[in-house]
Design a protein around this ligand. Structure first.
Ligand code: FAD
Ligand code: FES
Ligand code: FES
Length: 497
């Protein structure tokens, strides 16, 4: 076996409900959905789109929380590969009913509120409702919408399902039976995988490695510089299900403990490359509320529970949501190859469309996000056809400092306007040192049109993109100069979008 030193094992160990599984002969690219339906013959979990959009395949994954309990989250089974289940508990709609046939409260609530018609979406909704129940339940319409935004229903409509969420309630945080169940499961999972070595599959269909430390990851990538790095799989999963790619080898970073931390200094936030959007959300929201809101609107709860900020950067997409905001904040990334680490300003990482400043064998280790200095106001605006679960057409992010009516500092970065996320250099130059008034706004808008030559695609025409980018500057002007004018939906209105 040609890879880093250490002890290795070649079976994937996890709990399916309460039953132990140890799988030795699995194509590493087999999705969890295929495994459930074809190998386990558990057909409750459905395939609607096979690309993370519809939620019909929603399952709940649990893993030890490091405090003796379990942390649960919903994911889309259609874009997760089976080996990523290692060390986890997988729960599907088949696991909710009691052994005596009593329905789980969320299932009963769906019956009581007539929350199902054809039933195709129902198992996915039930699993999202189950996660809400595990988290203690929710009464707030906005929070329920958020939890269900990744589940689409074509026939029932959402009213009865939202009602079911309210009716089902949730488990109490101090429920002794639930706490015991979680600590028992955590202990069983630890006994199955702790000290059992690194998962290394060498299947005829492809190889798959799941290092546990970043040293091990670095060594593996030096040995396999052309490997596909797999983080949350919310891009990579689709390469397999939609583009039918074969990936060999795959190196999974989701088990690398030291890449999963968020730490904070006085001036900056440091986000490990394995941190999911959901885990980064609160900390990013504290750096700047609009970054938190951007992250909240990425994909769905299921996507945010899997996808990582590191993956959003490493994929180099011109329409990834976090890069423009992080560039406007002046973020840097730490790249590592072997024992060599280097820091790169995020704006320099994106070279041109499809090309990033990352060498074969190198990986993104962390993102350093500076906190805005005193007096700097940060705003970010995502424009997409739908509010939730949609890809960006244009995203503008701005860090501005106005002193005595003059623009002292200004950084503007956009997504969807070029082949990479990019700063608007001419627009920035036009504003710095000028009075922050309508005349300088208009001048900056003209310069902004010279910064970019966007393309027309299915999301927006080039003319629309330029006009919207200019209008976002107007929105910034209003929000910084006349905050009494309402520019955003709030409260009930927002909850009903
Ligand atoms: C239904 C759906 C909705 C989505 N909605 C949005 C949205 O609203 N906004 C948005 O911005 N994106 C969205 N996405 C895209 C996706 O969530 C992001 O691009 C995500 O950040 C990718 O992260 P990941 O951890 O899933 O990466 P993966 O899919 O695992 O990897 C993505 C790429 O990055 C590489 N990579 C990952 N981590 C590293 C690392 N540490 N070092 C080196 N290379 C690495 C991989 O090799 C691959 O090339 C959506 C995707 C889906 C399926
Ligand atoms: S099948 Fe549609 S999200 Fe998985
Ligand atoms: S009940 Fe038919 S799609 Fe939702």
């Amino acid at each position: 076996m040609a890879h880093a030193t250490g002890s290795f094992r070649s079976d994937i160990r996890f709990l399916l409900g309460n039953e132990e599984r140890s799988l030795c002969d699995v194509d590493p690219q087999m999705t969890v959905l295929e495994y459930l339906r074809l190998s386990e013959r558990k057909s409750g979990t459905k395939e609607g789109c096979a690309e993370g959009d519809c939620g019909a395949c929603t399952v709940v994954l649990g893993e030890p929380d490091g405090k003796g309990g379990m942390a649960y989250r919903t994911v889309n089974a259609c874009i997760q590969f089976v080996p990523t289940l290692d060390g986890k508990q997988l729960l599907t709609v088949e696991h909710l009913k009691s052994s005596d046939g009593t329905l789980h409260p969320v299932q009963q609530a769906m019956v009581d509120t007539h929350g199902s018609q054809c039933g195709f979406c129902t198992p996915g909704f039930v699993m999202s409702l189950y996660q809400l129940w595990l988290d203690g339940g929710e009464d707030d319409r906005g929070a329920i919408n958020d939890a269900l935004a990744g589940n689409l229903c074509r026939c029932t409509g959402y009213g009865p399902i939202i009602e079911a969420a309210r009716k089902a309630g949730g488990v109490a945080a101090n429920d002794a039976a639930e706490q015991k169940r979680r600590s028992d499961i955590a202990a069983r999972l630890s006994a199955m995988v702790d000290g059992a070595g690194t998962l290394a599959l060498e299947h005829p269909a492809g190889r798959y490695y799941a290092p546990q430390t970043s040293d091990e990851l670095a060594a593996l990538l030096v040995q396999h510089p052309d490997a596909t790095v797999l983080a949350g799989g919310t891009d990579v999963g689709l390469w397999v299900t939609k583009m039918l790619k074969r990936l060999d080898p795959i190196i999974y970073i989701g088990d690398v403990a030291d890449l999963k931390s968020v730490s904070e200094t006085e001036d900056a936030l440091i986000i490990g490359a394995g941190v999911t959007y959901s885990r980064a959300h609160d900390a990013l929201g504290r750096v700047a509320a609009d970054v938190g809101e951007l992250v909240r609107r990425i994909g769905s709860r299921q996507i945010r529970n899997a996808g990582t900020v590191g993956g959003n950067i490493a994929n180099g997409s011109p329409i990834g949501d976090t890069p423009p905001a992080l560039i406007a904040l002046g973020a840097k990334i730490v790249l590592r190859m072997g024992d060599v680490r280097r820091e790169v300003a995020l704006e320099d990482f994106f070279v041109t469309y499809g090309k990033q400043d990352r060498h074969p064998g190198e990986f993104v280790q962390s993102v350093i996000v500076p906190k805005p200095a005193k007096g700097v106001v940060f705003k970010a605006y995502k424009i997409s056809k739908r509010f939730d679960q949609d890809i960006t057409a244009v995203l503008g992010a701005f860090a501005i400092k106005v002193v005595d009516g003059k623009v002292a500092e200004f950084r503007a970065a956009f997504g969807g306007m070029a082949g990479t996320p990019m700063r608007a250099a001419k627009c920035e130059a036009a504003m710095i040192g000028k009075d922050w008034n309508e005349a300088s706004l208009n001048a900056a808008q003209l310069e902004l049109a010279k910064d970019f030559a966007p393309m027309t695609d299915m999301r927006a025409s080039k003319e629309y993109r330029v006009l919207v980018a200019q209008n976002l500057l107007t929105k910034l002007f209003i929000e910084t100069n006349a905050p009494e004018i309402a520019t955003r939906l709030v409260g009930k209105e927002a909850a009903h979008v």
